[in-house]
Design a protein around this ligand. Structure first.
Ligand code: FNR
Length: 190
């Protein structure tokens, strides 16, 4: 069976992050053919192109982590109707130095949760625009805007609502199929 390594970003640094709970659920529900590993951006300084000549260790580690995966999953909150600053900073680091953009031809998908009814939809649109510029083939559908109600997902990533659980399981199955389609057309670059 073909397997794909998926690196996932959690857009929140908060200890009680509901998006971390969602990410745990997605790891649990992922098909066997997907190997999931978190890519952390917690230790990155704020990006400047002054660093391009000599990336610091945290940024080198980020680039290495992305080089080692076949696809990227973004599990992100919406902050002020946009991408959380820490996540955008990580994307900016990964896209540089010029000519070494880590997202080029790397399939991606975007998902997120918030207590609000539109479930991070605006942040996701913003992130999709960034990923387009970064030349990442994106899964267009299914979209996933998860409204978080208290207790929906436990700290261990168990989904307490069967309909949501099935939706998320299908989302991950669709992501696996999408990654496979991308690499059927274009060979892996790593
Ligand atoms: C928010 N929140 C929020 N929610 C939303 O649906 N749309 C938004 O634009 C914002 N804006 C926003 C800005 C900032 C700075 C914070 C801290 C929060 C609320 C947000 O959805 C809620 O705090 C979630 O719990 C954030 O997800 P994590 O960090 O718990 O994963």
């Amino acid at each position: 069976m073909t397997t794909h390594k998926v690196g996932y970003f959690i857009g929140s640094l908060a200890t009680e992050s509901i998006n971390r709970k969602l990410a745990k659920a997605l790891v649990r529900l992922a098909p066997q053919g997907l190997h999931m590993e978190e890519i952390s951006f917690r230790d990155l300084p704020l990006y400047s192109y002054d660093y391009d000549a000599d990336f610091p260790p945290a940024a080198r580690a980020l680039k290495a982590a992305l080089a080692a995966v076949d696809a990227v999953l973004f599990v992100t909150p919406e902050y002020n109707r946009s991408i959380p600053g820490g996540l955008k900073n990580a994307i900016d680091w990964a896209s540089r130095p010029y000519g070494t953009n880590s997202f080029t031809r790397k399939p991606s998908a975007v998902i997120g949760t918030s207590p609000g009814a539109i479930g991070t939809a605006v942040a996701q649109q913003s992130l999709r625009s960034v990923l387009s510029f970064c030349n990442s083939p994106q899964m267009n559908a299914p979209e996933a805007y998860i409204q978080f109600k208290p207790g929906l997902i436990t700290d261990d990533g168990e989904v307490t609502d069967p309909t949501t659980e099935e939706f998320l399981r299908n989302y991950m199955a669709e992501f696996e199929a999408f990654i496979t389609r991308v690499y059927t057309a274009v060979p892996k670059v790593r």
